[in-house]
Ligand binder design. Structure first.
Ligand SMILES: [Zn+2]
Ligand SMILES: [Zn+2]
Length: 327
């Protein structure tokens, strides 16, 4: 499907700046209607061929530039429960990259060029979000050591305590990215998102962006969520044990009960820069503007810099000899 402007027929998109549906051609707000497509092979606007691949749920038509959303991959079993609509627009994302890298030396000349930057696209990345009710019981021995001095004698008092803790903690929306294309470490680095802005899923939020459906099931990905929950529960428990000099665990029982799983789409701006056959991906959190990625260093520019220093040293050597000669 595409969202079409009722006034002029152009592709209406979700505008992060206006937080509304917007037609960039006739400037109207909320003027969209749905034009339903058939299958994933051809653009419903121009009839051009589309490349849906195995996982894409929204693409940009190479022929007419329309953003096409696939019903087959956004409904039924693939319908997301939640979506975090883009808050940061394309201009805003470009400004952030320019601000971050604009003053850095050694960058290839076209790294921040308008042409390269215009290739930047926003994508919705599929996530599973896991809720857990956690019960953590701990039996341990704690030691407290106190020392003091009286005259020439030093006293040490060691007290041993039996510790019992019974902690209940609810975890809500632990995110795990469900996309093969997106690098897991990169996605983890972009967290946190502010989940208070999560909205019930509506297809219109996807218009103007690329998207993927989940590549793996919630069950296949749960190990990562459990590991995160366990680590956080242990950190919370440790905070209750800071009074002791040493703690020896006798028995621990950590039980995670999954209470809910949500399928959600989260917003990411991607800028992929290719330099000498290697790609350098940059990701910007489409809500908070947090960025990850390292730019390439241009060898030609680094060499130019080193050569300047080298020439300077030679000139100084020459001056030194001259002064010696006068003496
Ligand atoms: Zn219009
Ligand atoms: Zn098209």
């Amino acid at each position: 499907m595409i969202f079409r402007c009722k006034n002029c027929g152009a592709n209406a998109v979700f505008s992060p700046e206006k937080q509304a549906m917007y037609c960039p051609y006739c400037d109207s707000i909320d003027s969209e209607e749905i034009a339903a497509g058939e299958g994933m092979n051809f653009c419903i606007n121009c009839g051009g061929e589309l490349h849906a691949g195995d996982y894409k749920s929204a693409v940009k038509c190479e022929h007419c530039g329309s953003y096409v959303i696939f019903e087959e991959r956004t409904s039924g079993n693939y319908e997301p429960h939640l979506i975090l609509p883009f808050k940061l627009g394309k201009k805003g994302a470009q400004e952030l990259i320019k601000k971050e890298f604009g003053k850095k030396p050694f960058l290839p000349d076209d790294f921040l060029s308008e042409a390269k930057m215009s290739e930047m696209e926003g994508s919705y990345v599929p996530f599973f979000m896991y809720d857990y009710a956690c019960r953590y019981q701990l039996n341990a021995q704690g030691k407290k050591v106190r020392t003091w001095r009286n005259g020439n004698t030093e006293y040490t008092e060691t007290s041993i305590y039996d510790i019992y803790r019974d902690m209940d903690v609810d975890f809500e929306k632990i995110p795990v990215d469900a996309s093969i294309a997106m690098n897991d470490e990169m996605m983890d680095l972009m967290e946190p998102y502010d989940y208070a802005a999560l909205a019930d899923f509506q297809t219109k939020y996807m218009s103007g962006f690329l998207a993927e459906k989940n590549n793996m099931s919630a069950e296949e990905l749960e190990t990562r969520a459990r590991a995160k929950a366990k680590k956080d529960a242990e950190a919370l428990m440790d905070e209750t044990l800071t009074d002791y000099t040493a703690v020896t665990e006798k028995r621990q029982d950590l039980n995670l009960d999954r209470t809910q799983t949500n399928y959600a789409l989260l917003p990411v701006w991607s800028y992929t820069y290719t330099y000498k056959g290697q790609t350098y991906p940059f990701y910007i959190n489409g809500q908070t503007g947090k960025m990850t990625g390292n730019p390439p260093i241009s060898k030609a520019k680094v060499f130019g810099y080193v050569a300047t220093v080298f020439l300077g040293v030679l000139a100084a050597g020459g001056l030194f000899n001259l002064i010696l000669g006068v003496l």
